[in-house]
Design a protein around this ligand. Structure first.
Ligand code: DAT
Length: 171
């Protein structure tokens, strides 16, 4: 049975993990958090002093995921999207959150100062949406509002329906 690969992307704090895990449970797909994968495998190539975070070794991340992706049925969660092979994904969702909500979420995650401001700006300038539009065919890139629990529920319903339809069309 063929199953689709889905990319969930967007600024940190928009709700990718929350949506991805629940979607995986409901649709019987596998959820992969690229940040966690990198941490577990130490897939880093240095340290960014300005942002105080390790720098992802993108090539090793791709090598690590390649076999799983070719099997299908994977939900990938990451706050960037331009280094994955375009052929991996059947659909790309960019989650979007209004500033006031995002600010509160990032603050309660312990973000402050420059890191907090930069992430809010990333969302204001729709950086990840533009990155997605440049990296994938425009017709497979969709923005999803992710402000409230109602948004989450609607997104889950819509994506679950899309997966069912995709499986009908491709099997
Ligand atoms: P991300 O994986 O994009 O960094 P997350 O899933 O960890 O984001 O969510 C960040 C916080 O926001 C977390 O406390 C859960 C909450 N959240 C996620 N989606 C939400 C939604 N649609 N409505 C309200 N809160 C949400």
């Amino acid at each position: 049975m063929k199953r689709p690969n889905i990319l969930l992307t967007g600024t940190p704090g928009v709700g990718k993990t929350t949506l991805g895990k629940e979607l995986a449970t409901r649709a019987g797909l596998t959820y992969i958090n690229v940040g966690d994968l990198a941490k577990e495998g130490e897939l880093y190539e240095g340290f960014d002093e300005e942002y105080e975070c390790p720098i992802l070794d993108e090539d090793r991340v791709i090598d690590e995921l390649e076999d799983k992706m070719s099997e299908g049925g994977i939900i990938v969660d990451y706050h960037g999207c331009d280094f994955f092979p375009e052929r991996w994904f059947h659909i790309v969702f960019v989650l979007r959150t209004e500033n006031s909500f995002l600010y509160d979420r990032l603050e309660s995650r312990g973000y402050k100062g420059k890191k907090l401001q930069d992430n809010i700006q990333c969302e204001i300038f729709q950086t990840i949406y533009e990155e997605a539009m440049l990296s994938y065919k425009e017709e497979i890139v969709h923005q999803l509002p992710s402000n409230t629990p109602e948004d989450l529920e609607r997104n889950l319903d819509q994506i679950t329906q899309w997966i069912e339809q995709w499986m009908k069309d491709n099997n």
